[in-house]
Write a protein that binds this ligand. Structure first.
Ligand code: PRX
Length: 653
């Protein structure tokens, strides 16, 4: 990697007013707690875990045999218990746990569907649904696939699975039937929870129809599909397989004692893209994930009992798992949950929601901020955002212009911004400011969280000097870390633990400045981030070559002002097929129906051949250069067929 610029912005300290009441009130407090957590991880995490509920205490805080960790070994606990029963025991029973609003609106702009559930009510619904799951034949260790829109029942389904020890595998509602089928097979999951549909930008997304298609593709492997009625859209019904949610819970008791689960019991699988065509099932377990999400949520968002916290992510991604469901509920706060798009019925929806529920802590993605920026500062100004105390971002690098706009126009210049770096694999936030302590620099995720020991190294594993870019690694195990890739130990080792000896390899490039602040540059592998969504180029390529007219395809990410990165596909056709405009649309559509709309290329280009090295590797660097600048000038000495470049350059012009 090349050395990047050495610009370091001046750090702005948090306001004394915020620091005064914060869990971590100063940089000194942060430094000493961080040092303790690194010098004595077992002592530190043992103390942190003492604030959670365990049926049986651990024998050992950490058993570490690289690359396998056991956190709180020998303990028994239950995450659902900690999110619900433990909150009720601590006097939070009547406090709102979830305030939900659906997307459709009445004529006066108020939401048609809303629901508030206190911790006690949420507990009752989770227990009732957990009993229904058991009645449907789901047992401890069965993997349950959940494919739902952002409705409270999604959180209820996850907590019910966690309660009975059935690991969930949530699939984002934007994925297609084929993508669901691939994940069902990999997880060997025989049970699906879904809805008839979900509202998105005024339209019904036909979720049940996608599930039906997936069931067909896996040919009889699915035993039961539990279907929540949400949109009342017409659906097909298979009487021996499908069961309505409301019928499944009918007559079920609202009492279901939480299973005593081993600390390392599998809590969930979450599929994510890597550098091969096959998505990997990232495996998280019970106690370590539980403690890590509770502790990070508390400190990064400085959660207090009266906070009304809103994370705008979809629960289908890790952000929603950790910072809508498990982290905030363990902290007993009120979670706002919204079903639909940020621009439905118009671009004021988010600010209306913040105003309506007096949101105090708000966590979103840089892509959303850039989209709001484009709509102008007048829209948020029309709403009362004075209850906001803290803003967060996640999922992709935030450009300083968006950071400053967020600060001024949403935070009113008074809210600390936490730019949180982490991954599906890390389970929780890893590099982040602590809002009462860390001076911020727009564009930097700043310093490591407690217990996290990151470094920027070169390919040999040697740390690089300050301000030089290199590979981001983590040198010590942490409680929220993934425990594996489901069913593929070799890939787990290869992907994360062999690149840099003795370290967890993140797949990200970064630099660390002279103040120890981390600046994330982006992925160094074949993963791209479009609007913060993680996609593998290989997955999109295999979707393209599954089209009957396509011979070969290469996919790259290139910078996009709005979505961070955009997808470009370079395609060669099988002989006999003609290039035409409509084929571009057809290929975009084909990727959409194979993987899901989020994976559609923005740009499709046809070429006679793809540029390859003499050893046959596609020269993505050239393609990226072409997509970004419109032509190729770089070093092409190892290129096999120079005429390819001529074709590509003329394609672009
Ligand atoms: O490249 C980094 C980017 O998102 C990747 C992880 O994606 P995913 O597993 O989908 O999880 C996203 C939500 C936690 C990382 O490897 N990324 C995440 N947060 C940031 C970021 N890049 C820059 N700044 C961030 N704050």
């Amino acid at each position: 990697m090349s050395t990047s610029s050495t610009t370091t912005n001046v750090a702005v300290p948090p306001s004394p007013a915020f620091s005064a009441g914060a869990h971590v009130p100063s940089m000194d407090a942060y430094e000493s707690q961080w040092k303790r957590s690194i010098d004595d991880p077992e002592g530190y995490w043992g103390e942190v875990a003492a604030d959670s509920h365990f049926f049986k205490k651990w024998d050992r805080v950490l058993e570490w045999k690289l690359p396998f960790a056991k956190w709180f070994a020998g303990a028994e606990t239950n995450v659902s218990y900690n999110c619900l029963d433990f909150q009720i025991e601590n006097g939070r029973g009547d406090h709102p746990a979830i305030i939900w609003e659906g997307e459709p609106v009445n004529d006066d702009g108020t939401p048609k569907d809303t629901l508030t559930l206190s911790y006690r009510q949420l507990h009752a619904r989770v227990c009732q649904f957990a009993n229904a799951l058991k009645k449907q034949g789901i047992q401890k260790n069965d993997r349950v696939t959940i494919y739902m829109p952002m409705v409270p029942e999604l959180a209820i389904a996850m907590l019910a699975c966690a309660r009975i020890g059935a690991p969930h595998s949530v699939i984002f509602g934007g994925f297609s039937g084929q993508a669901i089928a691939d994940r069902l097979v990999d997880a060997d999951s025989r049970h699906i929870i879904t809805t008839d549909g979900g509202w998105r930008r005024g339209k019904v997304i036909p979720l049940k129809q996608n599930v039906d298609e997936a069931c067909k593709l896996v040919d009889g492997k699915v035993d039961k599909v539990i279907v929540l009625k949400r949109c009342e859209n017409e659906i097909q019904w298979e009487a021996d397989r499908d069961v309505w949610w409301h019928e499944a819970i009918d007559g079920m008791s609202e009492d279901c004692p939480a299973e005593r689960l081993d600390a390392e019991h599998m809590l969930f699988l979450l599929y994510t893209s890597g550098s091969t065509g096959k998505p990997k099932g990232i495996l998280h377990t019970t106690a370590g994930y539980m403690i890590y999400t509770r502790h990070t949520a508390k400190h990064v968002f400085d959660l207090k009992p009266d906070d009304v916290y809103w994370c705008t992510a979809d629960i289908g991604w890790i952000t929603g798992h950790s910072y809508i469901v498990y982290g905030p509920l363990q902290n007993g706060v009120t979670n706002v949950m919204y079903e639909g798009g940020p621009n439905y019925p118009d671009w004021e929806r988010f600010w209306q929601i913040c105003d309506r529920y007096k949101v105090t802590k708000f966590y979103t993605a840089p892509t959303a901020i850039r989209a709001f920026m484009k709509q102008g500062a007048e829209l948020p100004k029309k709403h009362d955002l004075s209850n906001l105390k803290l803003l967060g971002t996640v999922g992709e690098p935030i450009n300083p212009a968006a950071w400053n706009w967020y600060d001024e126009n949403i935070g009113g210049g008074r809210c600390p911004i936490v730019d949180t770096w982490w991954q599906t694999e890390t389970g929780g936030i890893m590099i982040t400011p602590l809002p009462g302590a860390t001076p911020t620099k727009p564009g930097s995720a700043t310093r490591p969280f407690f217990g996290i020991d990151p470094a920027v190294v070169d390919a040999s594993g040697a740390p690089v000097p300050p301000n030089e870019s290199g590979l981001l690694v983590i040198r010590k195990p942490w409680p929220g870390m993934l425990r594996g890739i489901y069913g593929d130990e070799a890939r787990y080792r290869k992907q994360y633990w062999t690149e840099i000896d003795g370290c967890y390899f993140t797949g990200d490039g970064a630099r660390c400045d002279e103040d120890g602040y981390f600046w994330i540059i982006g992925r160094v592998d074949d993963v791209i981030k479009v609007s913060g969504h993680r996609l593998g180029t290989a997955e999109i390529e295999s979707a393209l070559v599954s089209h009957p007219k396509v011979a070969e395809a290469a996919v790259i990410g290139y910078p996009d002002e709005m979505t961070g990165e955009a997808i470009a596909a370079f395609v060669t056709l099988k002989s006999g097929f003609e290039v035409d405009e409509s084929l571009k649309q057809e290929l975009k559509q084909h990727v959409g129906s194979t993987l899901g709309a989020i994976a559609k290329p923005k740009d499709v280009r046809f070429t006679d051949a793809l540029p390859k090295t003499r050893s046959g590797k596609i020269m993505r660097r050239l393609l990226r250069e072409l997509a970004t600048t419109g032509h190729v000038k770089g070093d092409i000495t190892t290129l096999e067929d120079l005429t390819t470049i001529a074709t590509l350059n003329s394609e672009a012009s």
